[in-house]
Every structure is written in C-alpha cells, then in structure tokens.
Design a protein around this ligand. Structure first.
Ligand SMILES: *[C@@H]1O[C@H](CO)[C@@H](O)[C@H](O)[C@H]1NC(C)=O
Ligand SMILES: *[C@@H]1O[C@H](CO)[C@@H](O)[C@H](O)[C@H]1NC(C)=O
Ligand SMILES: *[C@@H]1O[C@H](CO)[C@@H](O)[C@H](O)[C@H]1NC(C)=O
Length: 372
C-alpha cells in the first residue's frame, strides 16, 4: 500500500514536470503573438511614456476597458482597440504590451508587443504638431530591439521559427500622414507646400515599402496591412467643415482612396517579391464606410456624432477628456471621439478582419493567415 502510494506520487510528479516542460517550451508559443505597428487607432499606451500633446490616458477614455477596471490606459477609445480584439479572437494569451512600458520585459514579449503611437505616421515629419510620437521608422527600429530579445529568450533557431510561424505583424498607419501632415494648413508646414498629391502618395508608398522590407529582414512573414479609412467622414472633419450628418469632406476621402489604390498594388508586389511572406490587405476604408452609411443595420443610432467630445453639432472639435460631454449609450455610437471608433465599432471591424470574406480581406482573413 505504502509502495503503491509512493509510485503514484512519483508518477504525478513526473507528469507535472512533463507538462511544465511543455508549457515552458512549445505549448505557449503556438498560441501566437501580435506585433502591432501603427497610430492612435491601435496605440495601447506607448504615448503615456512620451512627452507629447497626443495622450489618451485621461478619463473617460477606457471607461469600458475591463482589464483596467475602466481606468484609462492610453487607448484612444472607450474599450478595446482593434488590435486587442484580434489578439483575443486568435487565442493569444494577453494583449500585445506597449513597447515603452517599463514592465514590457522577459517572457511576456513572446506573445506580442505593441509599437503603435498616437500621432504617428509613415513619414517622420507626420504628427509634428504633437511635439512627440513614434513614427513608423522608429517603430521598426524598436522591433529590431525586441527581435534581439526574442533571440536571447529562445535561442536563434527557435526565435526565428516563432517570429516566422507564430507571429502576425499588423500595420495600421497612414491616416496621420494626411490629417496631421498633408492636410494641415500651409503655415504648419505640411508637405502640401512642396508636393502634389501624387508625389506625396508616391513618397508614402516608397517609405512603407522600405519599412515592410525591413520587418521582412527581421524574419516577419505574416503581415496584415490596413488601408486608410474614410478620414473625410470622421466627426472632426464633419464639424470643422460644418457638414450635415450624411455628408463627408471630399478631399480627405479622395486622398485616402488615391493612397489606397497604390497600397493595394504594393501589397501584391510584396507578395510576389518577398519570398515566403504572406501580405494580407485589409480594406478598412470600405469596411468603415459600410458602418458609417448603414449604421442602423448594425445597431448604432449615429455614425456622425462623437460619443465623447465637445464643440459643434457633432461634438467633433475638442478631444475627449474629463470635461467633455458623454453620450448615454456608448454602444450606439460608431465614433467614440472626434477621430476614433468606439469599442462597439472595433468589435465589428475586428470580427471582419479575423473571420471576414474576400470582400474586405485579400487574399485571406487573419484566422487563415494564422494557420498558414
Ligand atoms: C504592466 O504594468 C501595467 C500598469 O501598471 C499593468 O496594467 C500591466 O498589467 C503590467 N503588465 C505586465 C505584463 O505585468
Ligand atoms: C526618420 O527618422 C529615423 C529615426 O530617427 C531615421 O533613421 C530615418 O533615416 C529618418 N528618415 C528620413 C526619411 O528622414
Ligand atoms: C537591426 O539592428 C542592427 C544593429 O543592432 C543593424 O545592424 C541592422 O541593420 C538592423 N536591422 C534592420 C532591418 O533595421
């Protein structure tokens, strides 16, 4: 009897050692990682650590973010960002951590890091009015640092396998290159003084090609690149141009479409030229436009008025903060603030990214990309 118990305990201890060994080495890694690049649409708190005028770590931002108990985290929305929700749906164990947060160290980085920064763009000069932000060149420099840390944690060969096979690289950038660069009044030194729309879009595409190629050189293989949304339809643009609820400002949308057409070609070009890589194109423009035009079909009551903001008939001038007025039902607004979608809208967008059809995701959705 005593002998049986002894064997029983030995067996239990051995099975504990075995399962612990697996979870330390393989099992956890296959849950995958998100490496998130972009602007305020997906910033999870990097700007909290920068001396910048673009910050969202003030109430009531984050009021519906369960992981913080409703405290602001630096996310520019009332709850989860698109990047957070995509990670959840793909089964990743936690949200990608802001690169600049001091506790983003050790094994936690293996399940994803977020480099996105409010005000950031493809061009270095974009977002200069905010004084500070991480532009895309710097975000890629930071991934280069993470990449070396992954080597240290896993050893070179396992690290390369994790980055190439288990990791999705998402890029949500470009809006600020128009809103906070090209379209700024001439006195703030937007690129418009010196460049035609065509030349500027050309510059954007060439820079982005370089940035994505650098990520490829660092072993990124599974990419999703979002195009620029209908930036002429955000409450801020509608308000400053004194439009009616159903109108959008045409120049910003026209520029976005001009860039988006070139981006689609770039994604195809990279799929052909960068061996072993899969680039997915996410048509965020059409997806968000669908929510804006047919908002009532999705349970929203408005797609023109910001839930949190002040100024003008769309509450679209002053960013969301403690003195803003806030709508009574946050799930009924497509826009949380003058610039950014609500969590309710993010849930619909992320659902399409992960499981949607070729209507928005080409050549595949993110669940298929994960399993490539
Ligand atoms: C890092 O710190 C933040 C803020 O204190 C906290 O919310 C978060 O859970 C921490 N993350 C990790 C991985 O410990
Ligand atoms: C942008 O800034 C980065 C980092 O400071 C630098 O490496 C890069 O050369 C700059 N790009 C341009 C086009 O000036
Ligand atoms: C990554 O950093 C190293 C220096 O540590 C540099 O030699 C290399 O060119 C960088 N790679 C990319 C793709 O930026």
């Amino acid at each position: 009897m005593a002998f049986f118990n002894f064997l029983h305990i030995v067996a239990m201890v051995m099975s504990l050692i075995v399962s612990f060994g697996i979870s330390q080495n393989d099992e956890d890694l296959t849950k995958g990682a998100s490496f998130i690049f972009g602007d305020s649409l997906v910033d999870a708190g990097n700007n909290n650590y920068l001396p910048t005028l673009s910050r969202a770590n003030i109430a009531p931002n984050g009021i519906d973010f369960k992981a913080s108990g409703g405290s602001p985290t630096g996310r520019y929305t009332n709850g989860r960002t698109i990047g957070d929700i995509v990670g959840e749906k793909l089964g990743q164990p936690h949200y990608a951590l802001p690169f600049l947060a001091p506790n983003t160290t050790g094994k936690a980085i293996l399940h994803g890091v977020n480099y996105a920064s409010g005000g950031g763009g493809i061009m270095n000069a974009t977002g200069r009015i905010f004084v500070n932000r991480l532009s895309m060149d710097i975000q890629v420099d930071y991934f280069n640092i993470t990449r070396k840390q992954i080597d240290k944690l896993l050893g070179a060969s396992k690290a390369r396998e994790h980055v190439t096979k288990n990791s999705i690289f998402s890029i949500t950038i470009g809006s600020n290159d128009f809103l906070n660069n090209y379209l700024l009044p001439v006195i703030s030194m937007g690129a418009r003084i010196t460049q035609s729309p065509n030349a500027f879009v050309d510059d954007l595409i060439n820079h982005l090609r370089g940035q994505l190629t650098r990520l490829y050189k660092l072993d990124a293989r599974k990419f999703v690149v979002g195009n620029v949304g209908p930036i002429g339809c955000i409450p801020y643009q509608k308000t400053i141009n004194q439009l009616s609820e159903v109108e959008c400002v045409s120049l910003p949308n026209k520029l976005a479409l001009q860039y988006n057409a070139r981006l689609k070609d770039l994604v195809q070009e990279l799929n052909e030229n960068l061996k072993g890589a899969t680039f997915v194109h996410a048509n965020v423009y059409d997806l968000v436009m669908e929510l804006i035009v047919n908002y009532d079909k999705y349970g929203f009551t408005t797609s023109s008025k910001a839930c949190c903001g002040n100024g003008g008939q769309m509450a679209g001038i002053i960013p969301c903060g403690p003195t803003s007025s806030m709508c009574s039902d946050r799930s009924k607004h497509v826009f949380w603030d003058p610039y950014h979608p609500s969590e309710a809208a993010n849930l619909i967008i992320a659902g399409q990214l992960v499981d949607g059809s070729e209507k928005y995701m080409t050549p595949m959705n993110l669940r298929q990309l994960r399993d490539v």
